[in-house]
Design a protein around this ligand. Structure first.
Ligand code: FES
Ligand code: FES
Length: 200
């Protein structure tokens, strides 16, 4: 009968406790029981460095390390990775200091608009953790799931190759070719000239 039709809505999933160690910090949040990890990390934990590109598993922007293994957070149910150790791009640096992979993306032009960069950095750090002297083919294989619309990949592979040298303790850190905004507080939060209220 007209006016009597209705569509039965699927009730929203109940919220449940989700916990894990994100970038070395224990976190506990409430999230829908069917939430994907990407949403939990961005919306509940606040690690906005994890990027949402395609949401379909094809771009690699959302790559995070889960117990040391790079995974696509858009295809991972949060509930399946409770109480694991998760590393996002925010957790890569060593205190106030950039890791070789971050330094070399800057010095070798591996990042342009930067949207894909967190995913590339996590995928390449995962490679260096198990192989600190990768060939260019091995680098290309490690980042084959990551898409970049800007760099053409050559500079990204150059960046990872250079980072491997620093990661092995060989070579010197060079300055970026252009650095319009040098770090005003190179000593990080310990810098006594740091404005009040900034992160300690
Ligand atoms: S957002 Fe996850 S692969 Fe694109
Ligand atoms: S630097 Fe722009 S998409 Fe990769």
């Amino acid at each position: 009968m007209v006016g009597k039709e209705h569509i039965t809505m699927t009730p929203p999933a109940a919220s449940e406790r989700w916990s894990g160690v994100v970038n070395g910090r224990p976190v506990e949040v409430l999230a829908p029981s069917n939430a994907v990890l990407l949403d939990v990390l961005r919306d509940k934990v606040g690690t906005l460095g994890v990027k949402r590109g395609c949401d379909l598993g094809t771009c690699g922007c959302c790559t995070v390390m889960i117990d040391g293994v790079p995974k696509l957070s858009c295809l991972t149910l949060a509930g399946q990775v409770k109480d694991t150790e998760i590393l996002t791009v925010e957790g890569l640096s060593e205190g106030a200091h950039l890791t070789p992979i971050q330094t070399c993306f800057a010095t070798h032009g591996g990042s342009q608009c930067g949207f894909c960069t967190p995913g590339f950095m996590i995928a390449s750090q995962a490679l260096l953790n198990v192989n600190d002297n990768p060939s260019r083919d091995e680098i290309a294989e490690a980042i084959e799931g990551n898409l970049c619309r800007c760099t053409g990949y050559q500079q990204i592979i150059d960046s990872i190759e250079a980072a491997a040298v620093l990661h092995r303790g060989e070579g010197e850190v060079t300055s970026p070719a252009s650095d319009p905004h040098p770090d005003p507080h190179p000593s990080g939060p310990e810098d006594p000239t740091m404005p009040p209220g900034h992160a300690k």
